[in-house]
Design a protein around this ligand. Structure first.
Ligand SMILES: Nc1ncnc2c1ncn2[C@@H]1O[C@H](COP(=O)(O)OP(=O)(O)OP(=O)(O)O)[C@@H](O)[C@H]1O
Ligand SMILES: [Mg+2]
Length: 313
């Protein structure tokens, strides 16, 4: 295995009693990369992150962080890692600063006060640091958790579903903070269900399904691999359109999202006119064309649809 990769796993397997959570995971993440680990519920994302963070032992296979083996060289790996868990882990009885202080003492960090100040500054939490965590919004708590994860100056920060449950503004604010960390040279490994988030933030992604990587590359590469364009049609009688469209040789795929008919074709600009000709008796209200996005690629590679609320079905 190469020394220089930030994260590297080889044939990584994790078996719980009767569940194969990771079925041979091969990952390679370059230093300084903003990497996205995507996958439906139960795909094995948290398991992979937990092993990389030395919190869980793999059943077999290898995992290294900056060249150090997460099992055999655990004490050397720990200082390299920053972790923001999927489940919130701040003490809500304490203030933000107190939470960070306990963490700093636990890790016996030198120059505690200065480090805490710097981490709070990085996440724009200095002003609210002395408020009780209980009184903070979800977005502020997340930023505080990230500040805590940064205290010891890690080389790679793992974030498991960091924006779950946050409103639109809090999400965007968190994205900006994460981008700033990336610009500072930190390696970030993010798990998320939100494909807009992954497309916006991640330079490279891997899609996990049932413990295996089913696709990997830049978001653009994954979209290109799926290929084609989508045409969305709002019709008076969408049900009647489905058999007509399925009979068309140029239509690769047809489905309904709410009451909108969505079609995949090779090249929308040339397919559009004949399609409209076919459907003109069905009452066309709106026609939209768009390129394949990461959410389409996710659905393609995992077979899991995402509903209007962003949940996986
Ligand atoms: N402690 C455990 N004991 C038994 N099975 C487990 C345990 N932890 C996880 N699993 C199982 O391992 C599989 C992978 O779980 P994991 O939590 O890694 O998935 P995930 O991709 O993080 O899912 P989510 O998106 O829901 O967070 C699932 O089938 C899960 O039920
Ligand atoms: Mg998880």
């Amino acid at each position: 295995m190469t020394e220089t990769l930030a994260v590297e796993t080889g044939a990584l397997v994790k078996r719980y009693e009767n569940v194969l959570a990771l079925a041979g995971l091969d990952l390679a993440i370059e230093p300084g990369c903003f990497f996205g680990l995507l996958g439906p519920n139960g795909a094995g994302k948290t398991t992979a992150v937990s092993i990389l963070c030395t919190l869980l032992r793999p059943t077999s296979g290898e995992a290294r962080v900056f060249g150090k083996d997460v099992v055999r060289e655990r004490p050397a790996v720990r200082p390299l890692l920053g972790i923001v868990f999927q489940d919130p882990s701040l003490d809500t009885e304490l203030t933000g600063r107190e939470n960070l202080d306990i963490h700093a003492r636990l890790y016996r960090l030198p120059e505690r006060a200065a480090r805490i100040e710097q981490a709070l500054d990085m996440m724009d939490m200095a002003r609210d640091a002395d408020r009780g965590v209980r009184s903070l919004s979800g977005g502020m708590r997340r930023r505080l958790e990230i500040a805590r994860g940064l205290l010891h100056g890690p080389s790679v920060l793992f974030l498991d579903e960091p924006t779950l449950g946050l409103d639109v503004h809090a999400r965007r604010s968190l994205w900006q903070h994460l981008e700033r960390l990336r610009d500072g040279g930190l390696t970030l490994v993010l798990t998320t269900h939100a494909m807009d988030e992954a497309a916006r933030l991640c330079e490279r992604v891997a899609i996990l399904n049932e413990g295996r990587i089913v696709a990997a590359g830049t978001p653009r590469e994954l979209c290109q691999e799926v290929g084609g364009d989508h045409i969305e049609l709002e019709l008076d009688r969408p049900e009647d359109a489905l058999p007509l469209l399925r009979a068309k040789p140029n239509v690769r795929d047809v489905w309904m999202e709410n009451r909108t008919v969505v079609i995949t074709v090779e090249h929308a600009p040339t397919e559009l006119v004949p399609l409209i000709e076919t459907l003109k008796t069905l009452g066309i209200h709106a026609v939209r064309m768009r390129e394949v996005n990461l959410e389409d690629a996710f659905v393609h590679f995992t077979g899991h649809k995402i509903d209007a609320a962003g949940n996986l079905a």
